[in-house]
Design a protein around this ligand. Structure first.
Ligand code: XMP
Length: 478
């Protein structure tokens, strides 16, 4: 990474402050760019989903891992629920999506309430274990009888194929049948999953993030309070592939002792830890046992830390400094927070991050755990910060009323924010396509065919607010 002549900054910068200068490039195809990372997370695209309750649930975890990313379960999830989520993810099909499954006796109202959890827009009706029909999502203004049972409401399955059918063959079968959805079945006729045309296309573009046994990967977070080694061990025994030791102020003694204790337990999974924003902070976490350092104080969309405390650091410079320090010790960084456009992921990689962590942006998708709401502005979900009054209240629910009230005084996050579902990109997979297409293109503009090469070759300039504004399309187009 280098700056254009005369552009080396004398102050810290964030993503919006920067532009990337095109280099002479021999690249011919964006598909030749390798988006994988070598940081132990297994990601084949540079995306990790933040451990936030409103974002990182089981549906998000399977969907993102199938495309090569990684989801970190929040530390607030009780261990039994974490176990169930990990088991769910570990048993998912690597190609077919998991549909909403209903019985012929279920009502249309139940199906219509659950279908929006799936971007593919269908429920599959199953009798015993065999699929017998499908129910599409009702269109707006489309009158349907919500009290009819699915036996009478379902429509025939458009395309049924064996689960191991080549996705390209599934795509062609769907085109031939002029259909959107294929139902995939195992040898015994039991439902294995569903695949849309877009799903079949994506299966040819992305590589799932899989463990040594070929199952989807998932990570989990632990805090720094209580018996951290027991919590970490329980998560690894449940099947977590990577642990994130997480607290807002990662450069504190308690973090270092918690992290050292977990590292000493030698649980056999990579350890990420954070958050920090300085060279010293990064080195201390690496010395305590982290192989990945989580960087970012205050850039998050739900954060109020900078406004409450003045503490933090513009994210690009924080990532540059921490990544350089971590690299000296053979470690890596994740750029955590403030990702709002595909360009931010490219800039995080340019700064030296192996992955960018995304939270709030992904809250506005069908795969985030929250319920779907609608108002005059369209569909939305509600997100909240992990240090907000709401999250703190949930975390301290077992405390007495006095302690609960005392903890709630120290909030540093937004408790409720409506995150719009973009009608053009309602699924996290649409956002992943959008981001990866941007990052692939950044690589070809810089003459790189991999992410480390992008970091090495990138030439950056510093721009004014007007320079950033110039790059934005007309309102309504983005
Ligand atoms: P984005 O911008 O993707 O950032 O939503 C995700 C990261 O934001 C951090 N986070 C918080 N920071 N108060 C904070 O100061 C909060 O309530 C809060 N909740 C999340 C966290 O690092 C996350 O990964």
């Amino acid at each position: 990474m280098r700056f254009l002549e005369g552009h080396r900054p004398d102050h810290d910068l964030t993503y919006d402050d920067l532009f990337i200068v095109p280099n002479r490039s021999a690249a011919t195809s964006r598909f030749d760019v390798d988006l994988s990372t070598e940081d132990g997370s297994g990601t084949t695209i540079p995306l990790v989903v933040a451990n936030m309750t409103a974002i990182a649930g089981k549906r998000m975890a399977e969907t993102v891992a199938r495309r090569g990313g990684l989801v970190v379960l929040p530390q607030d999830v009780p261990i039994d629920a974490a176990r169930r989520t990990i088991a769910h993810v570990k048993t998912r099909h690597l190609v077919a999506d998991t549909p909403v499954v209903m019985s012929p006796n279920d009502l249309m109202a139940n199906a219509q309430a659950l279908i929006p959890k799936r971007a593919h827009g269908y429920a599959v009706v199953v009798d015993g274990s065999a699929p017998v029909g499908v129910v599409p999502r009702a269109g707006v203004g489309h009158e349907i009888d919500m009290f009819t049972d699915l036996r009478s409401a379902m429509t025939p399955i458009p395309v049924t194929l064996p689960a191991d059918t080549d996705p390209r063959v599934v795509f062609d079968a769907l085109v031939d049948a002029n259909a959107d959805l294929a139902v995939l079945v195992n040898g015994d006729g039991a439902l294995a999953g569903v695949l849309t045309r877009t799903g079949a296309l994506r299966a040819g573009i992305y590589r799932p993030n899989v463990d040594a046994q070929g199952r989807l990967r998932i990570a989990a977070a632990v805090g720094i309070n209580g018996d951290v080694v027991a919590s970490a061990r329980a998560l690894v025994e449940a099947g977590a592939d990577l642990l994130v030791v997480d607290t807002a102020h990662g450069h504190q003694e308690k973090m270092i002792s918690a992290l050292s204790a977990i590292a000493a337990a030698d649980l056999g999974v990579p350890l990420a830890a954070g958050n920090v924003v300085s060279e010293r902070g990064a080195l201390d976490l690496v010395d305590a046992g982290a192989t990945i350092v989580k960087v970012g104080v205050g850039p998050g969309a739900m954060c109020t830390t900078r406004m409450m405390t003045g503490v933090g650091r513009p994210q690009f410079s924080a990532v540059v400094e921490c990544a350089a320090a971590a690299r000296e010790r053979g470690a890596h960084v994740w750029a955590d927070g403030g990702i709002r456009h595909p360009r931010d992921v490219a800039l995080a990689v340019a700064a030296g991050a192996s992955n960018a962590m995304v939270g709030s942006w992904f809250a506005g998708t069908y795969e985030s755990p929250g319920d779907l709401h609608a108002d005059a502005g369209g569909e939305y979900k509600v997100s909240f910060g992990m240090a907000s009054k709401r999250a703190v209240a949930a975390r301290s629910a077992g405390d007495n009323a006095y302690d609960q009230a005392r903890k709630a005084l120290f909030e540093e996050g937004i408790s409720s924010s409506r995150i719009r579902i973009d009608p053009e990109r309602p699924s996290v997979e649409d956002l992943i396509d959008h981001i990866c297409s941007g990052v692939r293109s950044t690589a070809t503009y810089t003459g790189a065919t991999s992410l480390p090469e992008l970091h090495e070759k990138v030439v950056l300039g510093v721009q004014s607010a007007a320079g950033f504004a110039e790059g934005r399309p007309l309102p309504g187009g983005w």
